[in-house]
Design a protein around this ligand. Structure first.
Ligand code: GLC
Length: 651
């Protein structure tokens, strides 16, 4: 958009840029800056317009954008331009992701290179390497307490190794996702150290207070993220003799985005990793970016403005790079992280579908899809050109963050229902063989979350221990069922490393005093590469899961109806054990695919006579693309075996 004030300011800024920047060939940079500057300027003005250094700061920001653009490798610029032309590229059915810790998966970054054939064998073509930047060894929060945003932890490798991995991935057509922990730093970060030494400039990078007055006011409305291990939201720093805001762990200092210097630093860091080869940047804990007394300090409007500005800036310098929003918040808040008032994503193109994930676990525990269906109705439609990251497990806990109203509409009472889920997933319930572990128990609110690996949560660990063949079979079916759903729901499916071979809980964290208080370590395994070899031995657990998943991934990539163009319709069916939805071919509306999943331990049927009018589905000609078989249809009743799912087409 053209607007006089921002346009004349832009001209002045360009005149004032450092001579070394002005000398460069910046054609594409200028066209993109011209297109985005109005938005950047007005957002910057909304957040920082009342500051005396406003003009200085916006010049600094443009200098950062230009400097990182100049640095961007020609190969990456080519990719930027190709993606500008094919801007829907990431909505395709072709993408399948895996999240992994470099050290847990392969010992190191070098190890990842070695195991790329394994990743490709499975069909994964998007790899999220979890944070591996310099972190204090015993206060790392699994890599999310960063003490140097520009260097790799030597225990995992070096910057050179990372660039090599990025190049190797690119050659194989695999996308690289990297984290930028935008909300906080480790207390060992240079900025925090300087703040502690009394440097006012860096104290202003954080939320620092001389006494408890303001912290106490904040506490009145702020929930606790880690109530057991880090109660409260402020930590007293002896050296500084002040209180500092620490929403997560006591060693993670929240950054102060009301200071434009922090914003500029972070944009610089995001672009730094874009230039090291990240195709996608996962922005951590984005819901927390803005703090305001009297609020929960989550999902504040300004947090969205910051993300919009980050997106606009990234589009100027590295437009091919996408953002993932890690915002594990209520359904109606999650979709806002795509951006609200535009067709195309204006904040993050991708967001974790935490709602779907948690609802899937409800269906596993209850063996029905009542809350799953109800809860999905509460998930607002997302923008076009935005997509979900659908997952079953990740490195974090499972929060039971459903809407109380939805729980009621599904026919339960919220408090006992949550208690049932918690008991079921932790194995306390008599019908359960799940091995989840409690996480983040909050005595004040009664909130409880769950850790545990996928395999242990679905009972594989218990079944193997008890030599219970039926239990093993059930667990494998459930693992494939859950993946069958994230592969077909619409969005990028994200497999969690180890789940593809049924990795069970790792209890070794209990022996490490620095990890013992955080049960999420139970599901951050070290890959056992000898065991993964068993995937080649027919009939082993590893073989059944790996091969099953590999086939599903292969089939997903051939089904255009699985691309994400808001082409999904939930189908209400009478049988509560079934979860049913329809996917349409984005360009050929007549071409449809029906997904039917049975969460029950008994076979269930779906009456096709009602469906056939609505959907033109005829029993006689149905084929399940997931297995390649024709399902049993008895007198217009489709039969779905226990814990099975179908991807049905009309042949
Ligand atoms: C994100 C990460 C989580 C971490 C938190 C604080 O939610 O996924 O692992 O503990 O941010 O950095």
């Amino acid at each position: 958009m053209y607007e006089q004030i921002s346009h004349s300011l832009l001209n002045e800024i360009l005149d004032e840029l450092k001579p070394e920047i002005r000398r460069q060939n910046l054609r594409h940079f200028y066209t993109r800056l011209g297109a985005n500057f109005y938005a950047i300027h007005s957002l910057f003005d909304q957040l920082y317009g009342n500051r005396e250094d406003f003009r200085q700061k916006i010049i600094e920001l443009v200098e950062v954008l230009a400097s990182r653009y100049i640095e961007r490798a020609p190969e990456l610029e080519q990719i930027d331009m190709a993606r500008e032309r094919d801007h829907n590229w990431f909505l395709s059915e072709e993408w399948v992701g895996m999240a992994l810790y470099a050290d847990g998966f392969a010992g190191s970054l070098k190890g990842i290179k070695k195991h790329l054939p394994y990743i490709q064998e499975l069909g994964v073509n998007m790899v999220h390497i979890m944070p591996m930047l310099v972190c204090p060894e015993h206060a790392s929060d699994g890599g999310y307490a960063v003490s140097d945003f520009r260097d790799i932890d030597p225990r995992t490798g070096s910057l050179k190794d990372l660039v090599k991995v990025a190049n190797a991935l690119r050659k194989r057509g695999i996308l690289l996702t990297l984290d930028v922990v935008v909300n906080h730093t480790s207390n060992e970060h240079q900025w925090a150290k300087r703040a502690r030494e009394g440097d006012k400039k860096y104290q202003d990078y954080y939320h620092v207070f001389p006494d408890r007055d303001i912290p106490d006011m904040f506490e009145e409305t702020m929930p606790e993220v880690f109530p057991e291990s880090a109660p409260g939201n402020f930590t007293f720093d002896e050296q500084m003799n002040q209180w500092v805001m620490t929403v997560f762990n006591t060693f993670q200092w929240d950054l102060n985005y009301s200071n434009p210097a922090v914003f500029i630093e972070m944009v610089d860091i995001i672009l730094y990793w874009a230039n090291r080869g990240a195709d996608i940047v996962r922005l951590d804990a984005v819901a927390y970016l803005w703090k305001k007394i009297g609020t929960a300090c989550q999902n504040e409007r300004e947090a969205h403005l910051i993300l919009q500005m980050m997106k606009d800036c990234c589009q100027v310098t590295a437009p091919g790079v996408l953002f993932i929003a890690e915002a594990i918040v209520e359904p109606f808040e999650i979709t806002k992280y795509f951006g609200e008032d535009a067709v195309i994503a204006k904040e993050c193109e991708i967001a974790y579908n935490a709602t779907f994930m948690a609802l899937l676990w409800d269906a596993v525990a209850t063996k029905n899809a009542r809350l799953l269906n109800q809860g999905l109705l509460s998930l607002p439609d997302k923008l076009n050109r935005a997509t979900w990251l659908n997952y079953v497990r990740c490195h974090d806990d499972i929060g039971l963050g459903f809407d109380n109203l939805d729980i009621k509409k599904a026919g339960y009472e919220p408090v006992p229902h949550r208690k049932f889920l918690f008991d079921y997933l932790t194995g306390a319930h008599e019908t359960s063989n799940s091995r989840g572990h409690p996480f983040g128990l909050n005595q004040k609110t009664g909130d409880a979350r769950i850790s545990g690996s996928l395999a242990s949560l679905v009972g594989l660990e218990t079944a193997i221990e008890n030599e219970d063949e039926a239990g093993v079979d059930r667990a494998i079916r459930l693992i494939l069922l859950l993946h069958g759903l994230i592969l077909s729901f619409g969005g990028i499916p994200l497999i969690y490393y180890g789940d593809e071979v049924g990795t069970v809980n790792d209890y070794s964290f209990k022996d490490d005093e620095h990890k013992a208080g955080d049960s999420r370590w139970i599901h951050r395994p070290r890959m056992d590469w000898e065991r993964t070899e068993k995937r080649h031995q027919r009939g082993t657990v590893e073989n059944l899961i790996f091969d099953g998943l590999k086939k599903l991934i292969g089939v997903r990539k051939t089904i255009p109806a699985f691309a994400d163009f808001n082409n999904r319709q939930l189908i209400n069916v009478e049988n509560e054990h079934l979860f049913v939805f329809l996917r349409n071919h984005p360009e050929k509306p007549g071409e449809m695919l029906l997904v039917v999943a049975n969460f029950d331990s008994r076979p269930q049927y779906l009456d096709l006579s009602d469906l056939s009018k609505q959907l033109r589905v005829h029993g006689a000609s149905l084929k399940d693309l997931a297995s390649g078989e024709s399902p049993v249809v008895h007198r217009q009743h489709l039969v779905i075996p226990p814990y099975r799912f179908y991807w049905l087409t009309d042949q």
